[in-house]
Write a protein that binds this ligand. Structure first.
Ligand SMILES: [Fe+2]
Length: 204
């Protein structure tokens, strides 16, 4: 439970739900990323053809010895995350891949079925490139208490706990850890920034 300042001395707010996102910055990112990016560019032609997004390359990054130090660091942060949740067993990666987003690429909203935790690690990106969007797992509030209209989503009335979505800028060296049932996707890349390259794992 997280106690949150309500704005009223007569009311306490306890934050229990709806989801938790882990964030960490890899201190050795700038030292290791150039060699990893070079390596993944070489791996690309050996990846099976993508059935979906052109940016997608199926490759077992979590088993790749060239990424050993980064992988160990990611696993340690996931362990921190599951420890916070209180899961009795550690989550281990079952599948991983990387994305190389070019102009006009995006990743539509999806979940990772059959997984417990998913991660994103940004290897290369401009901070103003397309953001990742995470959607609240809370069911849609059909009572419409914010009185949303077709022309006004009333975003100014919502806070970080009552919003239905959140956005993260793609920062190099940033790891995001989230529950695999959380719907997520990316904004369309409509800029001429360098390719946005990220690694993703699924764990259970
Ligand atoms: Fe995903």
């Amino acid at each position: 439970m997280i106690e949150i300042e309500s704005g009223s001395p007569k009311l306490k707010i306890h934050g229990w739900f709806p989801t938790l996102v882990g964030l960490s910055m890899y201190q050795d990112h700038h030292k290791e990323a150039p060699a990893i990016i070079k390596h993944l560019q070489k791996v690309k032609p050996k990846c099976p053809p993508s059935r979906g997004a052109p940016s997608f390359f199926l490759h077992s990054c979590h088993k790749d010895p060239k990424l050993k130090k980064l992988n160990q660091w990611i696993q340690a942060r996931v362990d921190d995350y599951t420890k916070f949740y209180g899961f009795p067993k550690k989550c281990k990666p079952v599948e991983s891949w990387f994305h190389c987003y070019k102009k006009s690429n995006d990743n539509p909203v999806h979940v990772h079925l059959g997984r417990t935790i998913s991660i994103i690690y940004y290897l290369q990106s401009h901070p103003d490139d397309s953001r990742v969007i995470l959607y609240s797992p809370t069911p849609v509030d059909m009572r419409n208490p914010f009185n949303i209209t077709a022309n006004d989503a009333k975003e100014d009335l919502k806070n970080h706990l009552t919003s239905t979505e959140c956005f993260y800028k793609p920062l190099e060296g940033m790891l995001l850890i989230f529950r695999s049932y959380v719907h997520h996707g990316t904004e369309l890349k409509m800029n001429n920034f360098k390719d946005r390259i990220l690694i993703s794992w699924d764990l259970k």
